[in-house]
Design a protein. Structure first.
Lengths: 327, 305
Protein backbone atom coordinates (compact mmCIF):
# COMPACT_ATOMS: atom_id res chain seq x y z
CA UNK A 1 0.00 0.00 0.00
CA UNK A 2 2.81 2.37 0.87
CA UNK A 3 4.47 1.77 -2.46
CA UNK A 4 1.25 2.49 -4.28
CA UNK A 5 0.96 5.85 -2.65
CA UNK A 6 4.47 6.63 -3.85
CA UNK A 7 3.67 5.87 -7.47
CA UNK A 8 0.39 7.80 -7.33
CA UNK A 9 0.63 10.28 -10.19
CA UNK A 10 -1.17 13.45 -9.17
CA UNK A 11 1.07 14.45 -6.28
CA UNK A 12 4.28 14.09 -8.27
CA UNK A 13 3.00 16.07 -11.23
CA UNK A 14 1.82 18.81 -8.94
CA UNK A 15 5.25 18.99 -7.37
CA UNK A 16 6.88 19.29 -10.77
CA UNK A 17 4.57 22.11 -11.75
CA UNK A 18 5.46 23.96 -8.59
CA UNK A 19 9.16 23.65 -9.43
CA UNK A 20 8.77 25.10 -12.89
CA UNK A 21 10.05 28.67 -13.03
CA UNK A 22 7.74 31.44 -14.14
CA UNK A 23 7.83 32.15 -17.87
CA UNK A 24 9.71 35.43 -17.58
CA UNK A 25 12.72 33.72 -16.07
CA UNK A 26 12.87 31.09 -18.81
CA UNK A 27 15.50 32.79 -20.91
CA UNK A 28 17.82 33.44 -18.01
CA UNK A 29 17.32 29.87 -16.88
CA UNK A 30 18.19 28.61 -20.33
CA UNK A 31 21.33 30.69 -20.38
CA UNK A 32 22.32 29.30 -17.00
CA UNK A 33 21.85 25.74 -18.19
CA UNK A 34 23.94 26.45 -21.27
CA UNK A 35 26.65 28.05 -19.13
CA UNK A 36 26.74 25.08 -16.79
CA UNK A 37 27.06 22.83 -19.83
CA UNK A 38 29.93 24.77 -21.39
CA UNK A 39 32.59 22.27 -20.31
CA UNK A 40 30.49 19.51 -21.88
CA UNK A 41 30.44 21.39 -25.16
CA UNK A 42 34.22 21.46 -25.24
CA UNK A 43 34.29 17.73 -24.58
CA UNK A 44 31.64 16.90 -27.16
CA UNK A 45 33.31 19.05 -29.81
CA UNK A 46 35.40 16.26 -31.35
CA UNK A 47 32.65 13.60 -31.41
CA UNK A 48 30.13 16.11 -32.73
CA UNK A 49 32.46 17.32 -35.47
CA UNK A 50 33.18 13.76 -36.62
CA UNK A 51 29.49 12.93 -36.48
CA UNK A 52 28.51 15.91 -38.59
CA UNK A 53 31.24 15.49 -41.16
CA UNK A 54 31.32 11.73 -41.63
CA UNK A 55 27.71 10.75 -40.92
CA UNK A 56 25.55 13.76 -41.67
CA UNK A 57 27.33 15.35 -44.58
CA UNK A 58 26.93 12.14 -46.66
CA UNK A 59 23.21 12.26 -45.84
CA UNK A 60 23.14 15.81 -47.17
CA UNK A 61 24.86 14.38 -50.23
CA UNK A 62 21.94 12.01 -50.79
CA UNK A 63 20.30 14.85 -52.72
CA UNK A 64 22.36 13.81 -55.74
CA UNK A 65 19.88 10.97 -56.18
CA UNK A 66 17.51 13.66 -57.43
CA UNK A 67 20.17 15.50 -59.40
CA UNK A 68 22.59 14.97 -62.23
CA UNK A 69 25.76 15.02 -60.19
CA UNK A 70 28.72 16.81 -61.71
CA UNK A 71 32.02 16.52 -59.90
CA UNK A 72 32.91 20.12 -60.67
CA UNK A 73 29.67 21.49 -59.22
CA UNK A 74 29.45 19.50 -56.00
CA UNK A 75 26.37 18.29 -54.15
CA UNK A 76 24.51 21.58 -54.03
CA UNK A 77 25.38 22.98 -57.44
CA UNK A 78 24.31 20.07 -59.62
CA UNK A 79 21.02 20.51 -61.48
CA UNK A 80 17.81 18.92 -60.20
CA UNK A 81 16.26 16.19 -62.31
CA UNK A 82 13.50 14.97 -60.02
CA UNK A 83 12.84 11.24 -59.95
CA UNK A 84 14.61 10.50 -63.22
CA UNK A 85 17.17 8.15 -61.70
CA UNK A 86 14.59 6.30 -59.64
CA UNK A 87 12.37 5.60 -62.64
CA UNK A 88 15.43 4.65 -64.65
CA UNK A 89 16.46 2.19 -61.94
CA UNK A 90 13.03 0.66 -61.49
CA UNK A 91 12.45 0.27 -65.22
CA UNK A 92 15.86 -1.30 -65.82
CA UNK A 93 15.52 -5.02 -66.44
CA UNK A 94 18.53 -5.81 -64.29
CA UNK A 95 17.07 -4.01 -61.26
CA UNK A 96 14.33 -6.50 -60.55
CA UNK A 97 16.70 -9.42 -60.80
CA UNK A 98 18.98 -7.70 -58.31
CA UNK A 99 16.09 -6.98 -55.94
CA UNK A 100 14.88 -10.57 -56.24
CA UNK A 101 18.38 -11.90 -55.48
CA UNK A 102 18.68 -9.65 -52.45
CA UNK A 103 15.31 -10.78 -51.11
CA UNK A 104 16.06 -14.46 -51.75
CA UNK A 105 19.37 -14.35 -49.92
CA UNK A 106 17.73 -12.48 -47.06
CA UNK A 107 14.93 -15.02 -46.92
CA UNK A 108 17.45 -17.84 -46.64
CA UNK A 109 19.33 -16.01 -43.91
CA UNK A 110 16.16 -15.26 -41.99
CA UNK A 111 14.60 -18.71 -42.26
CA UNK A 112 17.73 -20.73 -41.57
CA UNK A 113 20.08 -18.27 -39.94
CA UNK A 114 17.70 -16.65 -37.49
CA UNK A 115 16.63 -19.74 -35.50
CA UNK A 116 20.14 -21.22 -35.30
CA UNK A 117 21.51 -19.06 -32.47
CA UNK A 118 18.25 -19.48 -30.54
CA UNK A 119 18.57 -23.25 -30.68
CA UNK A 120 22.24 -23.06 -29.75
CA UNK A 121 21.51 -20.75 -26.81
CA UNK A 122 18.75 -23.00 -25.48
CA UNK A 123 21.01 -26.05 -25.77
CA UNK A 124 23.81 -24.23 -23.98
CA UNK A 125 21.40 -23.14 -21.30
CA UNK A 126 20.04 -26.66 -20.86
CA UNK A 127 23.43 -28.32 -20.99
CA UNK A 128 23.48 -31.04 -18.33
CA UNK A 129 27.10 -30.37 -17.45
CA UNK A 130 28.86 -27.08 -16.82
CA UNK A 131 32.05 -28.65 -18.08
CA UNK A 132 30.56 -28.95 -21.54
CA UNK A 133 28.80 -25.61 -21.62
CA UNK A 134 31.76 -23.29 -21.15
CA UNK A 135 34.11 -24.72 -23.77
CA UNK A 136 31.30 -25.12 -26.32
CA UNK A 137 30.26 -21.51 -25.85
CA UNK A 138 33.85 -20.36 -26.24
CA UNK A 139 34.44 -22.48 -29.32
CA UNK A 140 31.25 -21.54 -31.12
CA UNK A 141 32.00 -17.87 -30.51
CA UNK A 142 35.45 -18.20 -32.07
CA UNK A 143 34.59 -17.91 -35.81
CA UNK A 144 33.33 -14.39 -35.13
CA UNK A 145 37.00 -13.36 -35.09
CA UNK A 146 37.69 -14.71 -38.53
CA UNK A 147 37.61 -12.04 -41.17
CA UNK A 148 35.27 -12.26 -44.14
CA UNK A 149 38.21 -12.53 -46.50
CA UNK A 150 39.58 -15.52 -44.62
CA UNK A 151 36.15 -17.11 -44.34
CA UNK A 152 35.47 -16.84 -48.06
CA UNK A 153 38.91 -18.15 -48.95
CA UNK A 154 38.31 -21.08 -46.62
CA UNK A 155 35.06 -21.75 -48.46
CA UNK A 156 36.86 -21.67 -51.80
CA UNK A 157 39.66 -23.91 -50.55
CA UNK A 158 37.36 -26.44 -48.94
CA UNK A 159 34.98 -26.74 -51.86
CA UNK A 160 37.74 -27.00 -54.44
CA UNK A 161 36.90 -29.78 -56.89
CA UNK A 162 40.28 -31.44 -57.00
CA UNK A 163 41.68 -31.29 -53.48
CA UNK A 164 39.19 -29.51 -51.25
CA UNK A 165 38.27 -31.04 -47.91
CA UNK A 166 34.57 -31.27 -48.65
CA UNK A 167 35.10 -33.02 -51.95
CA UNK A 168 37.64 -35.36 -50.37
CA UNK A 169 34.92 -36.34 -47.95
CA UNK A 170 32.37 -36.78 -50.72
CA UNK A 171 34.86 -38.92 -52.59
CA UNK A 172 35.48 -40.85 -49.37
CA UNK A 173 31.86 -41.99 -49.37
CA UNK A 174 32.25 -42.76 -53.07
CA UNK A 175 30.35 -39.84 -54.51
CA UNK A 176 31.27 -37.70 -57.47
CA UNK A 177 32.95 -34.42 -56.50
CA UNK A 178 30.74 -31.35 -56.71
CA UNK A 179 31.94 -27.98 -57.90
CA UNK A 180 30.12 -25.99 -55.25
CA UNK A 181 31.39 -22.55 -56.20
CA UNK A 182 31.07 -23.34 -59.90
CA UNK A 183 27.35 -23.91 -59.83
CA UNK A 184 25.00 -21.11 -59.03
CA UNK A 185 22.36 -23.23 -57.36
CA UNK A 186 24.61 -23.81 -54.35
CA UNK A 187 25.42 -20.15 -53.82
CA UNK A 188 22.62 -19.22 -51.41
CA UNK A 189 23.01 -22.36 -49.35
CA UNK A 190 26.76 -21.87 -48.99
CA UNK A 191 26.26 -18.23 -48.09
CA UNK A 192 23.67 -19.03 -45.44
CA UNK A 193 25.32 -22.06 -43.87
CA UNK A 194 28.72 -20.42 -43.58
CA UNK A 195 26.96 -17.40 -42.13
CA UNK A 196 25.51 -19.63 -39.43
CA UNK A 197 28.93 -21.19 -38.87
CA UNK A 198 30.44 -17.80 -38.31
CA UNK A 199 27.67 -15.97 -36.49
CA UNK A 200 25.58 -18.42 -34.46
CA UNK A 201 27.89 -18.50 -31.45
CA UNK A 202 28.10 -14.74 -31.37
CA UNK A 203 24.37 -14.16 -31.68
CA UNK A 204 23.62 -16.86 -29.13
CA UNK A 205 25.20 -14.76 -26.38
CA UNK A 206 22.34 -12.26 -26.53
CA UNK A 207 19.77 -15.03 -26.09
CA UNK A 208 21.85 -16.60 -23.35
CA UNK A 209 21.78 -13.29 -21.50
CA UNK A 210 18.00 -13.26 -21.82
CA UNK A 211 17.75 -16.89 -20.70
CA UNK A 212 19.89 -16.27 -17.64
CA UNK A 213 17.27 -13.76 -16.53
CA UNK A 214 14.52 -16.39 -16.37
CA UNK A 215 13.43 -16.85 -12.79
CA UNK A 216 14.24 -20.35 -11.45
CA UNK A 217 10.86 -20.32 -9.74
CA UNK A 218 9.21 -20.62 -13.14
CA UNK A 219 11.16 -23.79 -13.85
CA UNK A 220 10.27 -25.19 -10.44
CA UNK A 221 6.63 -24.37 -10.95
CA UNK A 222 6.67 -26.04 -14.36
CA UNK A 223 8.39 -29.10 -12.93
CA UNK A 224 5.86 -29.36 -10.15
CA UNK A 225 3.13 -29.21 -12.75
CA UNK A 226 4.68 -32.21 -14.41
CA UNK A 227 6.53 -30.54 -17.30
CA UNK A 228 9.47 -32.44 -18.66
CA UNK A 229 12.59 -30.65 -19.82
CA UNK A 230 11.32 -30.23 -23.36
CA UNK A 231 8.02 -28.83 -22.12
CA UNK A 232 9.92 -26.35 -19.98
CA UNK A 233 11.71 -25.05 -23.06
CA UNK A 234 8.43 -24.58 -24.90
CA UNK A 235 6.47 -23.13 -22.01
CA UNK A 236 9.09 -21.29 -19.95
CA UNK A 237 12.24 -20.55 -21.96
CA UNK A 238 10.68 -19.52 -25.25
CA UNK A 239 8.03 -17.20 -23.79
CA UNK A 240 10.71 -15.61 -21.62
CA UNK A 241 13.00 -14.74 -24.49
CA UNK A 242 10.22 -13.80 -26.89
CA UNK A 243 10.81 -10.05 -26.40
CA UNK A 244 14.47 -10.48 -27.35
CA UNK A 245 13.56 -12.66 -30.32
CA UNK A 246 10.97 -10.13 -31.43
CA UNK A 247 13.37 -7.17 -31.31
CA UNK A 248 16.09 -9.02 -33.18
CA UNK A 249 13.61 -10.33 -35.72
CA UNK A 250 12.29 -6.86 -36.48
CA UNK A 251 15.83 -5.51 -36.80
CA UNK A 252 16.72 -8.38 -39.11
CA UNK A 253 13.74 -7.86 -41.37
CA UNK A 254 14.73 -4.20 -41.58
CA UNK A 255 18.03 -5.32 -43.03
CA UNK A 256 16.67 -7.65 -45.71
CA UNK A 257 17.69 -5.32 -48.50
CA UNK A 258 21.02 -4.44 -46.88
CA UNK A 259 22.72 -7.75 -47.44
CA UNK A 260 26.35 -7.57 -46.40
CA UNK A 261 28.49 -6.34 -49.24
CA UNK A 262 31.77 -7.83 -48.09
CA UNK A 263 30.95 -11.52 -48.14
CA UNK A 264 28.78 -11.54 -51.25
CA UNK A 265 31.26 -9.49 -53.23
CA UNK A 266 34.06 -11.89 -52.31
CA UNK A 267 31.97 -14.94 -53.15
CA UNK A 268 30.91 -13.62 -56.53
CA UNK A 269 32.26 -15.18 -59.69
CA UNK A 270 31.17 -15.06 -63.29
CA UNK A 271 29.10 -18.23 -62.90
CA UNK A 272 27.02 -17.31 -59.86
CA UNK A 273 26.61 -13.64 -60.74
CA UNK A 274 23.03 -14.10 -61.90
CA UNK A 275 22.00 -15.13 -58.37
CA UNK A 276 24.67 -13.34 -56.35
CA UNK A 277 24.30 -9.78 -57.62
CA UNK A 278 22.58 -7.92 -54.79
CA UNK A 279 21.70 -4.27 -54.30
CA UNK A 280 24.87 -3.33 -52.43
CA UNK A 281 27.22 -4.90 -54.97
CA UNK A 282 25.13 -3.44 -57.78
CA UNK A 283 25.42 0.04 -56.29
CA UNK A 284 29.17 -0.38 -55.98
CA UNK A 285 29.63 -1.59 -59.53
CA UNK A 286 27.38 0.95 -61.20
CA UNK A 287 28.39 3.79 -58.92
CA UNK A 288 32.09 3.56 -58.27
CA UNK A 289 33.29 1.35 -61.06
CA UNK A 290 30.98 2.89 -63.63
CA UNK A 291 31.02 6.41 -62.14
CA UNK A 292 27.21 6.72 -62.38
CA UNK A 293 27.06 8.54 -59.07
CA UNK A 294 23.50 9.82 -59.18
CA UNK A 295 21.93 6.66 -60.56
CA UNK A 296 23.54 4.38 -58.01
CA UNK A 297 22.77 6.76 -55.16
CA UNK A 298 19.13 6.52 -56.21
CA UNK A 299 19.36 2.72 -56.14
CA UNK A 300 21.02 2.88 -52.73
CA UNK A 301 18.38 5.23 -51.40
CA UNK A 302 15.64 3.00 -52.73
CA UNK A 303 17.26 0.22 -50.70
CA UNK A 304 17.31 2.26 -47.48
CA UNK A 305 13.76 3.55 -47.84
CA UNK A 306 12.24 0.17 -48.69
CA UNK A 307 14.31 -1.43 -45.93
CA UNK A 308 12.92 1.05 -43.46
CA UNK A 309 9.39 0.45 -44.74
CA UNK A 310 9.82 -3.30 -44.25
CA UNK A 311 11.10 -2.71 -40.74
CA UNK A 312 8.09 -0.54 -39.96
CA UNK A 313 5.76 -3.17 -41.43
CA UNK A 314 7.38 -5.95 -39.40
CA UNK A 315 7.06 -3.77 -36.34
CA UNK A 316 3.41 -3.12 -37.03
CA UNK A 317 2.80 -6.83 -37.59
CA UNK A 318 4.49 -7.66 -34.29
CA UNK A 319 2.39 -5.06 -32.55
CA UNK A 320 -0.75 -6.54 -33.99
CA UNK A 321 0.12 -10.09 -33.00
CA UNK A 322 1.65 -9.53 -29.60
CA UNK A 323 0.86 -5.94 -28.59
CA UNK A 324 4.51 -5.09 -28.45
CA UNK A 325 7.11 -3.99 -30.94
CA UNK A 326 10.40 -2.23 -31.29
CA UNK A 327 8.86 1.24 -31.35
CA UNK B 1 13.06 -29.21 -2.59
CA UNK B 2 12.28 -32.40 -0.73
CA UNK B 3 8.73 -32.38 -1.96
CA UNK B 4 9.93 -31.87 -5.49
CA UNK B 5 12.36 -34.77 -5.25
CA UNK B 6 9.68 -36.99 -3.81
CA UNK B 7 7.33 -36.02 -6.58
CA UNK B 8 9.92 -36.81 -9.16
CA UNK B 9 10.49 -40.18 -7.57
CA UNK B 10 6.81 -40.92 -7.61
CA UNK B 11 6.52 -40.06 -11.29
CA UNK B 12 8.97 -42.84 -11.83
CA UNK B 13 10.85 -44.09 -14.86
CA UNK B 14 9.02 -42.35 -17.68
CA UNK B 15 10.05 -38.86 -16.64
CA UNK B 16 13.64 -39.90 -16.04
CA UNK B 17 13.77 -41.68 -19.36
CA UNK B 18 12.56 -38.70 -21.38
CA UNK B 19 14.90 -36.40 -19.48
CA UNK B 20 17.70 -38.78 -20.26
CA UNK B 21 16.95 -38.62 -23.97
CA UNK B 22 16.67 -34.86 -23.74
CA UNK B 23 20.03 -34.47 -22.00
CA UNK B 24 21.56 -36.82 -24.51
CA UNK B 25 20.34 -34.87 -27.51
CA UNK B 26 21.35 -31.53 -26.01
CA UNK B 27 24.84 -32.89 -25.37
CA UNK B 28 24.93 -34.27 -28.88
CA UNK B 29 23.93 -30.96 -30.46
CA UNK B 30 26.51 -29.07 -28.42
CA UNK B 31 29.30 -31.52 -29.15
CA UNK B 32 28.40 -31.53 -32.82
CA UNK B 33 28.38 -27.75 -33.12
CA UNK B 34 31.72 -27.48 -31.33
CA UNK B 35 33.13 -30.11 -33.66
CA UNK B 36 31.74 -28.35 -36.73
CA UNK B 37 33.48 -25.16 -35.68
CA UNK B 38 36.77 -26.67 -34.57
CA UNK B 39 37.37 -29.17 -37.32
CA UNK B 40 37.73 -26.77 -40.28
CA UNK B 41 40.04 -24.55 -38.23
CA UNK B 42 42.06 -27.55 -37.13
CA UNK B 43 42.27 -28.74 -40.71
CA UNK B 44 43.58 -25.38 -41.92
CA UNK B 45 46.25 -25.28 -39.23
CA UNK B 46 47.31 -28.87 -39.81
CA UNK B 47 47.44 -28.44 -43.56
CA UNK B 48 49.59 -25.36 -43.27
CA UNK B 49 52.18 -27.35 -41.32
CA UNK B 50 52.12 -30.38 -43.62
CA UNK B 51 54.07 -31.15 -46.76
CA UNK B 52 52.80 -30.31 -50.22
CA UNK B 53 52.35 -33.90 -51.25
CA UNK B 54 50.41 -34.77 -48.12
CA UNK B 55 47.93 -31.93 -48.69
CA UNK B 56 47.59 -32.66 -52.40
CA UNK B 57 47.20 -36.37 -51.81
CA UNK B 58 44.42 -35.74 -49.33
CA UNK B 59 46.29 -37.44 -46.53
CA UNK B 60 45.78 -34.65 -44.01
CA UNK B 61 42.68 -35.30 -41.92
CA UNK B 62 43.34 -34.02 -38.44
CA UNK B 63 47.00 -33.63 -37.55
CA UNK B 64 49.92 -32.40 -39.70
CA UNK B 65 51.37 -35.05 -42.00
CA UNK B 66 55.09 -34.90 -42.78
CA UNK B 67 55.51 -31.66 -40.81
CA UNK B 68 57.21 -28.83 -42.63
CA UNK B 69 57.52 -25.07 -42.32
CA UNK B 70 58.02 -24.46 -46.03
CA UNK B 71 54.73 -22.57 -46.39
CA UNK B 72 55.53 -20.24 -43.52
CA UNK B 73 58.96 -19.47 -44.92
CA UNK B 74 57.32 -18.49 -48.17
CA UNK B 75 54.73 -16.35 -46.42
CA UNK B 76 57.25 -14.47 -44.32
CA UNK B 77 59.33 -13.72 -47.39
CA UNK B 78 56.35 -12.15 -49.08
CA UNK B 79 56.78 -8.38 -48.88
CA UNK B 80 53.11 -7.65 -49.56
CA UNK B 81 52.02 -9.63 -46.54
CA UNK B 82 54.60 -8.09 -44.26
CA UNK B 83 53.64 -4.57 -45.37
CA UNK B 84 49.98 -5.44 -45.01
CA UNK B 85 50.59 -6.68 -41.51
CA UNK B 86 52.37 -3.47 -40.52
CA UNK B 87 49.68 -1.29 -42.12
CA UNK B 88 46.87 -3.20 -40.45
CA UNK B 89 48.65 -2.86 -37.15
CA UNK B 90 48.97 0.90 -37.55
CA UNK B 91 45.35 1.37 -38.65
CA UNK B 92 44.09 -0.83 -35.85
CA UNK B 93 46.13 0.89 -33.14
CA UNK B 94 45.33 4.45 -34.23
CA UNK B 95 41.72 3.69 -35.10
CA UNK B 96 41.05 1.98 -31.79
CA UNK B 97 42.69 4.80 -29.86
CA UNK B 98 40.62 7.48 -31.59
CA UNK B 99 37.44 5.42 -31.29
CA UNK B 100 38.03 5.05 -27.56
CA UNK B 101 38.68 8.76 -27.08
CA UNK B 102 35.59 9.79 -29.05
CA UNK B 103 33.41 7.13 -27.44
CA UNK B 104 34.39 7.96 -23.88
CA UNK B 105 34.03 11.72 -24.42
CA UNK B 106 30.58 11.36 -25.95
CA UNK B 107 29.51 8.56 -23.61
CA UNK B 108 30.47 10.58 -20.56
CA UNK B 109 28.67 13.70 -21.75
CA UNK B 110 25.53 11.77 -22.61
CA UNK B 111 25.50 10.11 -19.21
CA UNK B 112 25.38 13.48 -17.42
CA UNK B 113 21.98 14.94 -16.65
CA UNK B 114 23.23 18.53 -16.42
CA UNK B 115 24.49 18.45 -20.02
CA UNK B 116 22.05 20.72 -21.83
CA UNK B 117 21.54 19.45 -25.36
CA UNK B 118 21.94 15.82 -24.40
CA UNK B 119 18.66 14.81 -26.02
CA UNK B 120 19.51 16.43 -29.34
CA UNK B 121 22.93 14.84 -29.55
CA UNK B 122 21.60 11.46 -28.54
CA UNK B 123 18.81 11.62 -31.12
CA UNK B 124 21.27 12.58 -33.83
CA UNK B 125 23.45 9.67 -32.83
CA UNK B 126 20.66 7.11 -32.81
CA UNK B 127 19.43 8.34 -36.16
CA UNK B 128 22.75 7.24 -37.70
CA UNK B 129 21.94 3.71 -36.58
CA UNK B 130 18.84 3.72 -38.78
CA UNK B 131 19.94 5.74 -41.72
CA UNK B 132 23.15 6.59 -43.51
CA UNK B 133 24.28 8.52 -46.52
CA UNK B 134 25.42 5.36 -48.21
CA UNK B 135 28.38 4.46 -50.31
CA UNK B 136 28.47 7.06 -53.06
CA UNK B 137 28.05 10.28 -51.04
CA UNK B 138 30.60 8.99 -48.51
CA UNK B 139 33.06 8.26 -51.25
CA UNK B 140 32.52 11.67 -52.83
CA UNK B 141 33.04 13.29 -49.42
CA UNK B 142 36.34 11.50 -48.82
CA UNK B 143 37.43 12.37 -52.28
CA UNK B 144 36.58 16.07 -51.93
CA UNK B 145 38.28 16.24 -48.52
CA UNK B 146 41.39 14.81 -50.13
CA UNK B 147 41.40 11.86 -47.75
CA UNK B 148 41.71 9.14 -50.37
CA UNK B 149 44.92 7.19 -49.99
CA UNK B 150 45.72 8.65 -46.59
CA UNK B 151 45.86 7.07 -43.15
CA UNK B 152 43.01 9.33 -42.06
CA UNK B 153 40.43 7.68 -44.26
CA UNK B 154 41.05 4.44 -42.38
CA UNK B 155 40.69 6.05 -38.98
CA UNK B 156 38.32 9.03 -38.93
CA UNK B 157 35.05 7.80 -40.50
CA UNK B 158 34.66 4.83 -38.19
CA UNK B 159 35.56 6.69 -35.01
CA UNK B 160 31.99 7.74 -34.17
CA UNK B 161 29.92 4.67 -33.50
CA UNK B 162 26.46 5.13 -32.09
CA UNK B 163 26.49 1.63 -30.68
CA UNK B 164 29.78 2.08 -28.81
CA UNK B 165 28.76 5.46 -27.42
CA UNK B 166 25.43 4.10 -26.18
CA UNK B 167 27.30 1.20 -24.62
CA UNK B 168 29.65 3.58 -22.78
CA UNK B 169 26.83 5.86 -21.73
CA UNK B 170 24.75 2.99 -20.34
CA UNK B 171 27.74 1.63 -18.48
CA UNK B 172 28.70 4.95 -16.87
CA UNK B 173 25.09 5.67 -15.98
CA UNK B 174 24.39 2.30 -14.44
CA UNK B 175 27.64 1.36 -12.75
CA UNK B 176 28.96 4.64 -11.36
CA UNK B 177 26.76 6.01 -8.58
CA UNK B 178 25.48 9.53 -9.16
CA UNK B 179 26.39 10.42 -5.56
CA UNK B 180 30.05 10.10 -6.46
CA UNK B 181 29.74 12.84 -9.06
CA UNK B 182 27.58 14.95 -6.74
CA UNK B 183 29.97 14.86 -3.84
CA UNK B 184 32.91 15.53 -6.14
CA UNK B 185 31.00 18.51 -7.50
CA UNK B 186 30.41 19.83 -3.97
CA UNK B 187 34.15 19.49 -3.32
CA UNK B 188 34.77 21.77 -6.28
CA UNK B 189 35.50 19.17 -8.89
CA UNK B 190 35.03 20.46 -12.44
CA UNK B 191 33.38 18.54 -15.25
CA UNK B 192 36.82 17.75 -16.64
CA UNK B 193 37.86 16.41 -13.26
CA UNK B 194 34.76 14.22 -13.14
CA UNK B 195 35.74 12.74 -16.48
CA UNK B 196 39.42 12.15 -15.72
CA UNK B 197 39.18 11.32 -12.02
CA UNK B 198 35.88 9.46 -11.75
CA UNK B 199 34.39 8.30 -15.04
CA UNK B 200 37.52 7.10 -16.83
CA UNK B 201 39.19 5.24 -13.94
CA UNK B 202 35.92 3.44 -13.20
CA UNK B 203 35.20 2.51 -16.82
CA UNK B 204 38.13 0.19 -17.38
CA UNK B 205 36.10 -2.83 -18.31
CA UNK B 206 33.79 -1.06 -20.76
CA UNK B 207 36.82 0.52 -22.38
CA UNK B 208 38.33 -2.93 -22.75
CA UNK B 209 35.12 -4.17 -24.36
CA UNK B 210 34.86 -1.27 -26.78
CA UNK B 211 38.57 -1.30 -27.55
CA UNK B 212 38.47 -5.00 -28.35
CA UNK B 213 35.38 -4.80 -30.55
CA UNK B 214 36.80 -1.84 -32.37
CA UNK B 215 40.21 -3.47 -32.84
CA UNK B 216 38.70 -6.70 -34.16
CA UNK B 217 36.45 -4.73 -36.48
CA UNK B 218 39.28 -2.66 -37.94
CA UNK B 219 41.68 -5.58 -38.22
CA UNK B 220 39.13 -7.68 -40.08
CA UNK B 221 37.54 -5.07 -42.33
CA UNK B 222 38.52 -4.72 -45.90
CA UNK B 223 35.69 -2.70 -47.40
CA UNK B 224 36.90 0.81 -46.50
CA UNK B 225 40.43 0.09 -47.59
CA UNK B 226 39.13 -1.52 -50.75
CA UNK B 227 37.06 1.55 -51.62
CA UNK B 228 39.31 4.36 -50.44
CA UNK B 229 42.86 3.10 -50.94
CA UNK B 230 44.39 2.49 -54.33
CA UNK B 231 48.04 2.84 -53.35
CA UNK B 232 49.41 -0.68 -52.86
CA UNK B 233 51.83 0.46 -50.18
CA UNK B 234 48.86 1.51 -48.04
CA UNK B 235 46.96 -1.78 -48.29
CA UNK B 236 46.01 -3.37 -44.99
CA UNK B 237 46.37 -7.09 -44.52
CA UNK B 238 42.81 -7.98 -45.51
CA UNK B 239 43.11 -6.38 -48.93
CA UNK B 240 46.42 -8.15 -49.50
CA UNK B 241 44.76 -11.38 -48.42
CA UNK B 242 41.93 -10.87 -50.84
CA UNK B 243 44.35 -10.42 -53.72
CA UNK B 244 46.29 -13.52 -52.82
CA UNK B 245 43.60 -15.85 -51.49
CA UNK B 246 40.61 -15.03 -53.62
CA UNK B 247 41.95 -13.40 -56.75
CA UNK B 248 44.94 -15.76 -56.83
CA UNK B 249 47.41 -12.95 -57.43
CA UNK B 250 50.30 -14.62 -55.75
CA UNK B 251 53.81 -13.44 -56.40
CA UNK B 252 55.64 -15.70 -54.03
CA UNK B 253 59.02 -16.56 -55.49
CA UNK B 254 58.91 -20.07 -54.07
CA UNK B 255 55.98 -20.91 -56.29
CA UNK B 256 57.65 -19.70 -59.44
CA UNK B 257 60.75 -21.74 -58.69
CA UNK B 258 58.89 -25.01 -58.64
CA UNK B 259 58.98 -26.71 -62.00
CA UNK B 260 55.83 -28.69 -62.65
CA UNK B 261 52.34 -27.31 -62.42
CA UNK B 262 51.10 -29.86 -59.90
CA UNK B 263 53.68 -29.03 -57.23
CA UNK B 264 53.21 -25.36 -57.89
CA UNK B 265 49.48 -25.75 -57.41
CA UNK B 266 50.07 -27.76 -54.24
CA UNK B 267 52.49 -25.24 -52.82
CA UNK B 268 50.15 -22.35 -53.49
CA UNK B 269 47.39 -24.21 -51.63
CA UNK B 270 49.74 -24.79 -48.75
CA UNK B 271 50.72 -21.15 -48.69
CA UNK B 272 47.08 -20.14 -48.63
CA UNK B 273 46.51 -22.21 -45.52
CA UNK B 274 49.59 -20.69 -43.93
CA UNK B 275 48.39 -17.19 -44.78
CA UNK B 276 45.01 -17.89 -43.23
CA UNK B 277 46.74 -19.01 -40.04
CA UNK B 278 49.17 -16.09 -39.94
CA UNK B 279 46.48 -13.47 -40.51
CA UNK B 280 43.99 -14.86 -38.00
CA UNK B 281 46.54 -15.79 -35.36
CA UNK B 282 46.71 -12.46 -33.49
CA UNK B 283 42.97 -12.49 -32.79
CA UNK B 284 42.59 -16.20 -32.11
CA UNK B 285 45.57 -16.25 -29.75
CA UNK B 286 44.30 -13.37 -27.65
CA UNK B 287 40.70 -14.60 -27.76
CA UNK B 288 40.76 -16.99 -24.77
CA UNK B 289 42.17 -14.25 -22.55
CA UNK B 290 39.73 -11.53 -23.50
CA UNK B 291 36.69 -13.70 -24.13
CA UNK B 292 34.92 -12.60 -20.95
CA UNK B 293 35.01 -8.97 -22.11
CA UNK B 294 33.24 -9.81 -25.33
CA UNK B 295 30.46 -11.62 -23.57
CA UNK B 296 30.23 -8.72 -21.15
CA UNK B 297 29.91 -6.27 -24.03
CA UNK B 298 26.90 -8.09 -25.38
CA UNK B 299 25.36 -8.20 -21.93
CA UNK B 300 25.72 -4.45 -21.34
CA UNK B 301 24.52 -3.81 -24.87
CA UNK B 302 21.38 -5.82 -24.41
CA UNK B 303 20.30 -3.73 -21.41
CA UNK B 304 17.80 -1.09 -22.29
CA UNK B 305 18.77 2.29 -20.96
Amino acid sequence: MVQRAGIDGSGVIGARRANKPPIGKNRRNLWRRVRVSLPYYTLILLPAALLLIFKYYPMYGLQIAFKDYRVTRGFAGSPWVGLKHFTQFLTASSAWNVIRNTLMISAYSLLLGFPAPIILAICLNESPSRKLRKPVQMITYMPYFISTVVLVSMIIQFTDVSGGLVNQMIRGVSGAPINFMGEKRYFRMIYTLTGIWQGAGYSAVIYLAALSGVSPELYDAATVDGAGKFRRILNVDLPSITPTIRILFILNTGGVLTVAFEKIFLMQNSINLSVSEVLSTYVYKIGLQGANFSFSTAADMFKSVIGFAILAAANAACRMISDDGLF
Amino acid sequence: MAAQAARRKRRGIRQTWSDYVFDGSVTLILALSALLVVYPLMYVISSSFSSTSAVMGGRVWLLPVEPSLAAYEAVLQNKQIVTGYINSFIYTALGTLLTLIVTMLAGFCLSRKDFFGRGVFSAMLIFTMLFSGGLIPSYLLMSSLGLLNTVWVMILPGAVSAWFIMLARTYIKSSIPEELFESAGLDGCTVYGMLTHIALPLSGSIMAVIGLYSAVGIWNSYFDAFIYLSDKKMYPLQVVLRNILILNQMDVSVVQDLRDLATRQGMSNLIKYAIIVVSSAPLLVMYPFVQKYFVKGVMVGSLKG
